[in-house]
Design a protein around this ligand. Structure first.
Ligand SMILES: *Cc1c(COP(=O)(O)O)cnc(C)c1O
Length: 408
């Protein structure tokens, strides 16, 4: 048997079934009218933000990275919880606006921004985290043509990266950000242009469970921001410290030590150099806010045995939950937390693999896990589905439809 990942805290059992917000999995599916279905817990997200506020220094603003989960009701919920939003495309700007969120609370990072995206963002008062000098030139030219005052920050390619990080975004040659040594020149040029100077965005990595490494990276990020502000000769209005906080997906993973990270950041804030004394700091997170708040429910449509291995074949798959299949940036495939939602308290009595309905051997949601015996019609829950699930999976592959989504 291969281990399954740890089921996140906060899920309940009602009449033998997995329940979210006091409603059984089967009821949630009946209300939605179909499987597969993503269910996101508002209470889980509220508690997560409250825990961050409690642990982090009050001076630190919290931003939500929209790409993790851009479902409209989730964005509207986050609007009342966080201080700002980070987007990575013009499409996400449209989603933010459609959710009724004020676009002057938004910053826009990401390589390859098209002129049309730059113009929409500048017009909407979005802060651009510039990824290159060329992008800066194009943004300034668009601002000149439209008569708008652009709000410009520089995304820095730091000369370090976050250890233990699932995705390295800094250190060495990168498509993201501007190499640190070129930042002061561009900062001076932006200020001289009459644009609104918004400061620096320094993102060194994502999905780390190593609390010491996260703290060390935050310290290095603050030192780099101070050095660059010093070299630019202008105060730094804002500094986005990036994210990095990971969540446990796999057996043996432990949650980050939020209190420890918060305490060390408070110590650093207490001794900031003069050039950062007025700076407003934020961190941006997607999966830490939304990941554990979501489950993916899919129904068993077939149960079969091949060469002694039992397969539970479900009506969903990697087209909605690519990451659980191990095909979204992982080197070795390991099992996400997965359970039989309709037999949530039943003891393990067989080894089975949960496979999706796509005609590819990549479509495995759980491999040789220990489960209670499940039958056709039972619901399977894949946990940690609140971030990089629906928005990071090839929904149209093989002609299937997107999954339904609901916030409860
Ligand atoms: C993807 C991304 C994030 C969010 O990362 P999570 O691991 O979901 O917290 C934050 N900032 C930037 C610049 C990103 O590209």
């Amino acid at each position: 048997m291969k281990p399954l990942g740890p089921i996140p805290p906060g899920y309940a059992l009602i009449d033998g079934e997995l329940a979210v917000a006091g409603r059984k999995a089967s009821e949630l599916v009946a209300t939605a009218g179909e499987t597969p279905l993503f269910v996101y817990s508002a209470q889980h997200m509220r508690r997560r933000v409250a825990a961050l506020r409690e642990a982090m220094p009050a001076r630190l603003a919290l931003h939500y990275a929209v790409k993790a989960n851009p479902f409209g009701p989730v964005l509207q919920l986050m609007d009342g919880l966080v201080d700002g939003f980070d987007i990575a495309s013009g499409g996400e700007l449209t989603m933010i606006a459609a959710a009724g969120i004020a676009t002057d609370r938004v910053s826009f990072a990401g390589p390859g921004k098209r002129d049309s995206e730059l113009e929409a963002a500048i017009t909407a008062g979005v802060t651009l985290n510039l990824e290159s000098e060329g992008e800066a030139d194009r943004a300034l030219a668009i601002a000149e043509r439209t008569g708008a005052t652009p709000r410009l920050a520089i995304r820095v390619n730091p000369d370090f990266d976050l250890k233990g990080s699932g995705m390295k975004m800094g250190g060495g040659a990168k498509p993201f950000g501007i190499d640190a040594e070129r930042v002061p020149d561009l900062a001076r040029r932006i200020i001289a242009s009459g644009a609104e100077w918004r400061g620096l965005h320094i993102f060194a990595g994502s999905q780390s469970l190593d609390s010491d490494a996260i703290s060390e990276t935050q310290a290095e990020t603050i030192r780099l921001a101070a050095r660059l502000a010093e070299a630019s000769g202008v105060p730094l209005p804002h500094c986005n410290l990036g994210g990095g906080l990971g969540i446990p997906y796999f057996a043996g993973d432990e949650p980050v030590d939020l209190a420890g990270i918060g305490a060390r950041l408070s110590e650093q804030f207490a001794v900031l150099p003069g050039v950062l004394s007025e700076t407003r700091f934020c961190i941006e997170m997607g999966r830490y806010l939304a990941g554990e708040a979501g489950i993916y429910l899919t129904r068993i449509v077939d149960r079969k045995v091949s060469h002694g291995e039992t397969f539970l074949v479900v009506d969903g798959g990697l087209h909605h939950q690519l990451a659980a299949s191990g095909n979204f940036g992982t080197v070795v495939r390991r099992n996400y937390p997965v359970a039989i939602a309709t037999r949530f308290d039943a003891p393990v009595d067989e080894e089975a693999s949960v496979v999706g309905c796509l005609c590819t051997p990549l479509d495995r949601l759980a491999e040789k896990g220990g489960f209670p015996r499940a039958e056709v019609g039972d619901l399977i829950a894949v946990f940690c589905a609140g971030a990089y699930g629906a928005s990071a999976s090839p929904a149209t592959f093989l002609g299937h439809r997107p999954a339904a989504e609901t916030l409860v």
